[in-house]
Design a protein around this ligand. Sequence first.
Ligand code: NAP
Length: 309
Amino acid sequence: MIPVNSVLQVGYFPDLMQAEINRRFSPTCLLDPNAPAPVGNFQAILVRSNTKLPEALVKQIPSMRLVTTCGVGYDNLPLGYLKEAGIKATNTPGVLNDAVCELAIGMMFSLIRRLPQSQEFLKSGEWSKGLFPLTTTLAGKKVGILGMGRIGQDLAKRLEPFKVEIIYSGPSKKPVPYRFIANVKDLAKESDILFLACPASSATDKIMNTEILEALGPSSFLINIARGSVVDEQALLYALQHKRIAGAALDVFDNEPNPNPAFLSLDNVLLTPHIGSATSETRIAMTNLAVDNLEAFFNQQPLLTEVPN
Ligand code: NAP
């Protein structure tokens, strides 16, 4: 049971998610995260992971005890201040793995088989004038995963039937049947396709830089389903424009929802508007897990999915 006037919803939620929230309880809404906090004795904030939660807003509410973000990534939370103020945070891991991995696999095939370009080739009548250029087979290739966490492991399981060798890197070796490569540059050098599935953090900021993209090389593809900050976008643009890598599929960008327009004119990219978890089923599951965390908090039960801080 969530008491009335106890939760402040910060930012907009898509209709389906808002309807699910409203079905479970009635938050006070602050649509503009940069507006002053409404007066009230709020103990929890509900926010989406793509909304930047300003530290200044949380500071205005001394009664605040919990921030619940709807999404896995918590890079938009003021974690330093939350820790200092003893405010806990929760996220919604796991329930979006299927949707994110399905998108990642779809992006991979669209990218290496050039599905959007081949459809355009047919629609524009080019087929009657000649054949579509040959593309790339997945079978027999080495697929790298940077970040063998929940999504990385689910992705690897989905890749196994495609007759590929799976290799991975990250801070620690995991109990998985794939080859661990400690160094990111070595991972890139060996990968024909490299998926990014790590969190945004100071350690991963622009980890895909010129040196690593050069190591990936002209016949290899990059797929980013993590966060825009993990890639040095200027370095990636150069690599794509000068064919230093074969291509990139990007679901996430630095400046969402207005990505660098230089990406739009490239032929060796597949671009999606941060839709990893954007299915109806997944968004309902995420909303419910977020609200379950709020209920657990107000019922003085252990939080279900607390963010480590
Ligand atoms: P997770 O279970 O926490 O997995 C993250 C993995 O990344 C962990 O294995 C972690 O290793 C590894 N990692 C941490 N620091 C690293 C580094 N410096 N270099 C390489 N690997 C590193 O998280 P998840 O649920 O799989 O989600 C991963 C990320 O996907 C999220 O943080 C989010 O940003 C992104 N995401 C995107 C979408 C989308 O719509 N595109 C949707 C959902 C999630 P350790 O375990 O050793 O720390």
